[in-house]
Design a protein around this ligand. Structure first.
Ligand code: PBG
Length: 340
């Protein structure tokens, strides 16, 4: 013990925690509606929205219910929407993803007409919701060492890039402010940038799902987006969960190819990745609190095992604290209302 008293020379954390006002004054991380982005699902031919069983409070929207939800999102003060489309017809190459009258492109047109530039309209750019086999790219017979998982078929990286470029142009044409490729094909950012530029969309930014892991937390999403792979899984193109340095390489590669902003996904199980990416880059960093993360909190809260509001706000704050500037979450609108 030192001479000046039992605690002289030590910091006393409690002095700055004594009241809510004191804690507000000293809070290092703040969470505001503008930090949040809402992922939404719109399904072709729906008249009424359909609840998603594994994600309480989340629906597959009809075009009309989506427009209403978008107005509510704007009113709540969040920054944007991430759109996912579910077509009535799927085929091997995901034709509905870049059809001008494909569901997601019609939805983008309507939302852009309704809202102008009030929200940032982001379009998830992938093929898995649009292909009958549920993979994120087109397929080819396996060559060389790889056996493939479904009758010897594997995802064919380079032909998929042409599809992505075409989807990007269709989405930009329909009114997307941002395209967000999530398929984890090598070279996708360069291909999409070239496609957008040659179609005159030089001002459309690309938000790259740069570090996207082959995660067990996407389960409920696959019910929502009806895009579960019909054979095998995504572990040959999405990142392997044990790897961290590789995330920085993926991010650096996407930035070199022309990405304007990057994303880490999932969020909570990968906060170390969020922190490292945020340290490493000087572009906006998003993190995606995915369907399984959302479902876990909802399930625990429904059982009375956690305080729902407290748990949700704590997860979102933690993701911001790790360094994400923006968080995609299915609870964006509700959380924004709490924060107002
Ligand atoms: C499409 C895509 C997925 C998610 C976002 N974009 C599914 C997947 O990769 O299997 C998951 C989102 C979530 O779980 O909330 N490639």
């Amino acid at each position: 013990m030192s001479e000046g008293g039992a605690h002289a020379g030590f910091a006393h954390g409690r002095r700055l925690r004594s009241t809510p006002a004191m804690r507000r004054w000293t809070a290092q991380t703040r969470l505001a509606p503008a930090d949040l982005v809402l992922p939404v699902f719109v399904k072709q031919d729906l008249v009424d929205p359909v609840p998603i069983r594994s994600m309480p409070g989340v629906v597959q929207h009809s075009l009309d219910s989506l427009r209403k939800a978008a107005h509510e999102a704007a009113e709540a003060g969040i920054s944007g929407l991430m759109l996912f489309g579910i077509p009535a017809e799927k085929d091997a190459v995901g034709s509905q993803a870049d059809a001008a009258d494909g569901i997601v492109n019609v939805a983008l047109q309507q939302l852009r007409a309704d809202l102008g530039d009030e929200l940032v309209l982001m379009a998830d750019l992938c093929l898995c919701e649009y292909t009958d086999h549920g993979h994120c790219g087109v397929l080819t017979p396996a060559r060389g060492g790889a056996r493939g998982q479904g009758g010897g078929l594997v995802v064919d990286n380079d032909p998929t890039l042409d599809r992505y470029a075409s989807v990007a142009v269709a989405q930009a044409q329909a009114g997307a402010h941002v395209v967000a490729p999530s398929g984890m094909m090598d070279g996708q950012i360069a291909a999409i940038r070239a496609g957008l530029d040659s179609a005159g969309f030089t001002e459309t930014p690309i938000l790259a799902y740069a570090a996207k892991y082959a995660s067990g937390f996407y389960g409920p999403f696959r019910e929502a987006a009806e895009g579960a792979p019909q054979f095998g899984d995504r572990s040959t193109y999405q990142m392997d969960p044990p790897n961290a340095d590789e995330a920085l390489r993926e991010v650096a590669q996407d930035l070199a190819e022309g990405a304007d902003a990057v994303m880490v996904k999932p969020a909570l199980p990968y906060l170390d990745i969020v922190a490292r990416v945020a340290d490493a880059v000087d572009v906006p960093v998003s993190a995606y609190q995915v369907s399984g993360e959302y479902a876990m909190v909802e399930a625990a809260a429904a059982n009375g095992w956690v305080d729902r509001q407290r748990a949700i706000l704590e997860t979102l704050t933690a993701i911001r604290r790790a360094g994400a500037g923006s968080v995609l979450t299915y609870g964006a609108v509700e959380a924004a209302r709490w924060l107002r």
